[in-house]
Design a protein around this ligand. Sequence first.
Ligand code: C2E
Ligand code: CA
Ligand code: CA
Length: 566
Amino acid sequence: MAGQSKFRISEEKKRVLLVEDEIVNQEILKEILGDTYEVIIAETGEEALKIIEERYETLSIVLLDLNLPGIKGIDVLGRIKSNPAYVNLPVIVMTSDSEAEVECLMLGAIDFIPKPYPAPKVILARILRTVELSEDRETLRLTERDHLTGLYNKDFFYRYAAQLDLYHKDTPTDAIVFDVNHFHTINDRYGKTRGDEILKLIADKALQFVKENGGIACRSGADTFMIYCTHRPDYQSVMDRLSVCPDGDDSGKSRIRMRMGVYADADKTLDIERRFDRAKMAADTVRDHLTDPIAIFDHSMREEEILAEQLIDDFPAAINEKQFAVFYQPKFNVRGDVPVLTSAEALVRWNHPKLGMVSPGTFIPLFEKNGLIQTLDKYVWSETASKIREWKDRLNVSLPVSVNVSRVDLFDPELPEKLLDIVKDSGVSTEDLLLEITESAYTEKSETVISAVESLRGCGFRIEMDDFGSGYSSLSMLSDMPVDALKLDMLFIRSAFKERKDTRLLEAMIGLAKSFEVPTIAEGVETEEQFLNLKRMGCDIIQGYYFSRPLPVADFERFITENKKA
Ligand code: C2E
Ligand code: CA
Ligand code: CA
């Protein structure tokens, strides 16, 4: 039992609850058990249930006579085993009625001692063994479960999934992954305690589902769950069964939005992790949760998977052979009458020998999953820093350049040191290399990220918050964030200048940025109309095709030389 290790001091004897009304039998068992256990006696079922209720945590085992006055022994057993709080308390039944055996075992009794009693040694050995087994099971239960929800943790889940396969080789199974959309906004809105309760509710539903349908469930991350179950066609109904309401009212009005990825009829020759990777891959294709929150792994994803494998395999050679090229896109300060070139953004491209020019949208998310991004980013930062130095020397231009810092980099405690080394080795300063960090990185694991950002600023680096407005940060959170510039998410520009122009949201965002008293940067600005409007709204810096596309080094050098002349 969980409590035994907590409540029994190790020198104390373990406690047996003996439920027996006949004095002779009480004496016999006390005689047999007394050296090893402290024997607590209950003469009726009522008394036994009361003791269990009060002292459950301190009991190692219950020895239950079936023939009791008052509540029958079998009902006592039923009540213990139907209460989730007590199910793990082992009960050994004692009876002279061999017919009752099966019923008791069905009800959850762990073993049997016939009456008249067998040899004392046999009785003691059985009890010792049962207590030991149930303690082992409890230790296992504690390590294999997620503390919050009681579901399996990921490691054990994978292990049990493999066992299920062994016993059900020919049964088609599904690997299902699901998570809550923007769970942190739920935490923001309802508080962490309620957030935890919601996760528990979801876990309970998942457990209920697998109990009824066959299979196992686990919580694999903060708000991510996995289910391995018998194949079925109706994923929408599975989704409906799993979703809960934030305010606890299950009537269906304000359900929490979830998304789900399914690898249906999973290929059992793949190892179990791979199967769930595929379910995850499907889940990741669900962008617009509002329309269709369920995705099933299909042929096109298989192609994508093959491409991903190839890119990962090719990565080391690509780094060694300098296949990655850094492009630079200028940023202009538009506050004055004439736009002034003020900095640039470094954007990586992969000049792949077989695939041609591959855009970062294809490989960055992939490399963020397996950590390769750290190697790549470091490469891009070094390349950029040495270009900044070169331009100072050769072109007599001192132009700060911003580099992208992946969320993954922020979890590296040596990040500030690595960046300082790069800056020092290239002979530039921390003011030359600006750091762009996407807003969603702040919201995911805000404490770690905020402290990482603070230490970078402490070293003298300036931080631009990228994709501002896309990450669902709460306002209170934003006001605490250490940033030196806000870069509006491109979507605001896109949607403000559609056929039916509506710049209100864009204006509000710029106003919001202003209230934080840091410069605003708009990116993805393509037309003169956009440029003029943004300038009028008070946007400080503009980046986009209107001024220039991201350029390879030689073209960018020409661009800055011409700009210097102008
Ligand atoms: P981002 O940081 O938001 O970069 C802006 C993206 O918008 C770039 O896409 C840029 O080429 C594109 N863009 C700029 N102006 C315009 C415009 O006027 N119209 C349109 N339609 N697009 C414009 P790109 O280069 O494909 O990069 C995509 C994303 O990949 C970047 O988004 C960034 O998140 C990531 N990325 C790029 N280079 C690196 C890198 O070295 N390290 C890391 N960690 N991420 C990078
Ligand atoms: Ca960026
Ligand atoms: Ca951006």
